[in-house]
Design a binder for this molecule. Structure first.
Ligand SMILES: C[S@@+](CC[C@H](N)C(=O)[O-])C[C@H]1O[C@@H](n2cnc3c(N)ncnc32)[C@H](O)[C@@H]1O
Length: 328
């Protein structure tokens, strides 16, 4: 069925640990051809071309101008791309939007730029993925396994950055297809727990960041995740004490782990701030609970010990509130 399919002519580097082939119900996808160990690199890819503008401003003209400047063999690769492996795209802009990644580094506040990546764009979505592109440091993007991937298994990314705090219903409103991953399959206990965990993660983020963000990164006003107005006020005025903040951060990591979303990149980003917090507590007894919790070898055990902090005040609380309000 797939013999002669345009994707057979996409240039795939030698020695990559995957092949492109049809993925039932999802068009084409990328499948591991050998075991890929957690943490190892799957693919580094250079864009065929880049458009340096916010994606909402990119038009057919921008894509056509960029396309005309390509070498013939690059043009040929672009023209192989099909809408979900089947029909031709109806516009240049649609082809670009479906096959591009933002390559601006948000940590460095770089202006938005989008590159066309024909291979990374073949990877399908899962709300519980086994791979990710952890951060972009230049024009080349690299993907890594976030779990051990077996030969024959499909390699998936999560397409949206805020899905860890979105329920299945909310995720499906953002996606243009019905995801069938473990967190989306209806009627399972995992799915019910998944929705609860993701709602809790969103609530915990609100409590620590002081703002409940909607899917567009705007402040959520109509249906805030925290119903209690007093608690909302505490969150928004940064009046949550340090001990609670620390427990909320730990709980978030625990829920991410239970959900199958805590990968090594995420852990490396979240762990240092938890460890560093010990120096902010002024009370020796609070510091000692945090130290003891962080010595435990699982996130569940850290949480069990860390809960002893719950309800404890610290002399730093007022100072911390003022500092966070200044930063707002
Ligand atoms: C960037 S493309 C991925 C590669 C695509 N399957 C192909 O054949 O070119 C994104 C499209 O793949 C399909 N897709 C990706 N993940 C999916 C999933 N979990 N379930 C169903 N369709 C999916 C959707 O049609 C989506 O718009």
């Amino acid at each position: 069925m797939s013999t002669g399919h345009p994707y057979r002519s996409l240039r795939v580097p030698d020695k990559v640990p995957f092949e492109l082939r049809p993925s039932p119900g999802k068009g084409w996808g990328a499948f591991a051809t050998r075991r890929i160990a957690r943490g190892s690199r799957i693919l580094s890819e250079k864009p065929i071309f880049i458009i340096r503008r916010p994606h909402t401003e990119i038009t057919d003209d921008h894509v056509t101008i960029a396309f005309k400047k390509l070498l013939p063999k690059q043009k040929a690769q672009f023209l192989l791309l099909h809408d979900n492996g089947a029909k031709r795209f109806t516009s240049m802009n649609e082809a670009f939007a479906e096959n591009s990644f933002n390559i601006a580094n948000s940590d460095r506040n770089e202006p938005e730029a989008h590159g066309l990546f024909p291979l990374h764009s073949r990877f399908n979505h899962s709300c519980i993925p086994n791979a990710k592109i952890p951060n972009v440091t230049g024009e080349v993007i690299s993907s890594f396994a976030t779990k051990d991937i077996h030969a024959g298994e499909e390699i998936n990314f999560c397409y949206n950055t805020d899905f860890e705090c979105r329920t299945r219903y909310e995720r499906h409103q953002a996606l243009r297809f019905t995801c069938q991953c473990m967190a989306c399959l209806p009627g399972t206990s995992f799915r019910r727990l998944s929705d609860i965990r993701r709602r809790l993660i969103r609530g915990l983020q609100y409590l620590t960041r002081g703002v409940d963000l909607d899917r567009n990164g705007q402040k959520q006003t109509s249906h805030p995740i925290i119903v209690d107005s007093k608690l909302r006020m505490m969150a928004e005025t940064f009046s949550i004490p340090l001990s609670s903040r620390w427990i909320y951060a730990l709980l978030t990591i625990f829920f991410l782990e239970e959900e199958g979303l805590l990968d090594d990149f995420m852990e490396a980003r979240l762990r240092p701030s938890l460890t560093k917090t010990v120096q902010f507590f002024k009370s020796e007894s609070n510091q000692s609970i945090v130290r003891k919790a962080m010595q435990q070898n699982t996130w569940l055990k850290k949480l069990q010990v860390g809960f002893k902090l719950y309800g404890r005040e610290d002399a730093v609380d007022y100072e911390l509130t003022l500092a966070l309000r200044r930063l707002r």
